[in-house]
Design a binder for this molecule. Structure first.
Ligand code: SAH
Ligand code: SF4
Length: 372
C-alpha cells in the first residue's frame, strides 16, 4: 500500500529545502534556522510555542507541514534495560524504536551505555526466514521525517524520565539503523534522515556513532560509499556460503557472496572503517564448524568485526537457538584466529525485542478486535 500524507513532515526538511520553501513565500533566510532551532534545540511539540515567528508564518507552516508524524502508543521497559517504543503513523501503521541500555560495571542505569535502534520501513520486502519484520512483506517506506521523529520521541521520553536535566541526544552513545525494514531499500529517505540527524542545524549526532545495517543490496552499498556521511556499516551475513545464506536470506539469490563481499571491501577501504558482520546463530542451520571456518576466513579477508547473535525464537518458526556451549565453540574458531568477535547477550527477550515482533503482536490483536 502506498501512503501519501496530507502534508509533508517538517522533520523531513533540511536547512536548504526549508530555506527554499520559505524564500518562495518571501520569507527571509534566517527564518529557516529559527524554525529548525525550535524543532531540534528547544524540541517544541506545537506551532504556537514557536514564539519568535510571526503569527501568519506559523499559520502557513501549520497549513503546509505536519509537525507530529508519529504518536507514542506506549513504551515498555523490560527488566533487562531494554525499552521499546511503539509508534503510530498517520495511516495508523505501527513501527517501533528501541532503547538499549547496557549497564557499566559499578555504575547505575544513568551511566550505562545507551543505544537507540530505529526503523526505516513498515514491514520489509526482503523476507529473511528468521525475521518477524518480513513475515507480512513490505507495507510501505517511512518518510525521512518519520525516521527522524523516532529520535525526537526517544528524547521526549528521556526528558520525562529525567525532569531536572534535559536529555540531549548526545547523551546516547550510538544510533543503530537495525529496526524494522531494509534501510537501503528506502535509500533516499534514510540518507536524508541521517543527514538531518548528523547536521549541526539538526540533531548534531556524530555520524561515526551511527551504524547502518543492511541485508546486502550491493549497488546501494556502493552508492552509500560515495555519500559524504561517515557512517559505520554492518552487514547481515548469517551464512558464510551461498548454499547456507540462500536458505536463510532470499536476497542472496540476487546478490550472492561473490558480489557482496567485494562491495563491502570497497566500502571499508573507501571509508577507512572496519565493517561489522552480523551472524545470527541458528541451531543446525548455520552454526556448524564449517560455517565458523568460512566466516573466519571472510572476516580476516575483509578485516571485519564479527557480531554473533543468538537466534531469538519467532512464533511460527521451527528454528532454535544453539546451546551456550555451541555458541562459544563457534566463537572460539574465530577468536583463536585473531578475529575481532563478540557474542551478543540477548537484550529484551521478555518484551519481544527481536525485530518486528512487538508490532506484529499489536497488529494481530487489532485484527482480532476488528479494528485493524
Ligand atoms: N534490514 C536490515 C536492518 C536490520 S534488521 C538488516 O537486515 O540488516 C535485522 C536485525 O535484527 C538482524 O541483523 C538481527 O540483528 C535482528 N534480528 C531479526 N530477527 C532476529 C531473530 N529472530 N533473532 C535475533 N536477531 C534477530
Ligand atoms: Fe528485512 Fe532485515 Fe528482517 Fe531481513 S533481517 S527481513 S532485511 S528487517
Amino acid at each position: 500500500m502506498r501512503f501519501t500524507p496530507a502534508k509533508p513532515a517538517l522533520y523531513g526538511e533540511t536547512l536548504d529545502s526549508l530555506t527554499a520553501a520559505l524564500a518562495a513565500q518571501s520569507q527571509p533566510a534566517f527564518r529557516a534556522k529559527q524554525i529548525l532551532d525550535w524543532l531540534y534545540k528547544k524540541r517544541v511539540a506545537t506551532w504556537d510555542e514557536m514564539t519568535n515567528l510571526p503569527r501568519e508564518l506559523r499559520a502557513w507552516l501549520a497549513e503546509n507541514y505536519d509537525v507530529a508524524p508519529t504518536a507514542l502508543v506506549f513504551d515498555r521497559q523490560s527488566t533487562d534495560e531494554t525499552d521499546k517504543l511503539l509508534l503510530e503513523l498517520g495511516d495508523r501503521s505501527l513501527i517501533e524504536t528501541v532503547i538499549i541500555r547496557v549497564p557499566q560495571f559499578g555504575v547505575g542505569l544513568d551511566e550505562s551505555r545507551k543505544t537507540i535502534c530505529i526503523s526505516t520501513q513498515v514491514g520489509c520486502a526482503m523476507g529473511c526466514k528468521f525475521c518477524a519484520s518480513g513475515l507480512d512483506g513490505l507495507k510501505r517506506n517511512l518518510s525521512a521525517g518519520e525516521i527522524v521523529h523516532q529520535l525526537i520521541q526517544v528524547c521526549r521520553l528521556e526528558d520525562a524520565r529525567t525532569p531536572r536535566a534535559r536529555a540531549e541526544l548526545a547523551s546516547f552513545d550510538n544510533i543503530v539503523v537495525m529496526g524494522m525494514g531494509e534501510p537501503l531499500h528506502n535509500y533516499d529517505a534514510i540518507v536524508r534522515a541521517l543527514t538531518i540527524v548528523n547536521a549541526p542545524w539538526g540533531l548534531g549526532f556524530g555520524a561515526r556513532r551511527i551504524t547502518l545495517s543492511t541485508s546486502g543490496l550491493v549497488p546501494k552499498i556502493r552508492q552509500l560509499a560515495t555519500e559524504p556521511l561517515g557512517l559505520r556499516l554492518a552487514i547481515s551475513l548469517h551464512g558464510a556460503t551461498d548454499a547456507v545464506r540462500e536458505q536463510i536470506m532470499p536476497v542472496n539469490k540476487a546478490w550472492p557472496l561473490a558480489e557482496l563481499l567485494p562491495a563491502v571491501k570497497e566500502f571499508s577501504d573507501k571509508k577507512g572503517r572496519m565493517v561489522t558482520l552480523e551472524f545470527i546463530l541458528i541451531e543446525e542451520i548455520n552454526d556448524t564448524f564449517d560455517q565458523a571456518e568460512k566466516l573466519r576466513d571472510i572476516a580476516l579477508d575483509l578485516h571485519a568485526h564479527v557480531n554473533l547473535i543468538p537466534y531469538n525464537t519467532v512464533e511460527g518458526l521451527e528454528w532454535k537457538r544453539p546451546s551456550l556451549t555451541r555458541q562459544v565453540k563457534f566463537l572460539d574458531v574465530l577468536a583463536d584466529a585473531g578475529v575481532s568477535v563478540t557474542l551478543r547477550r540477548e537484550k529484551g527477550h521478555d518484551i519481544n525485542a527481536a525485530c518486528g515482533q512487538l508490532r506484529l503482536k499489536t497488529e494481530k490483536t487489532r485484527e482480532a478486535a476488528g479494528s485493524g
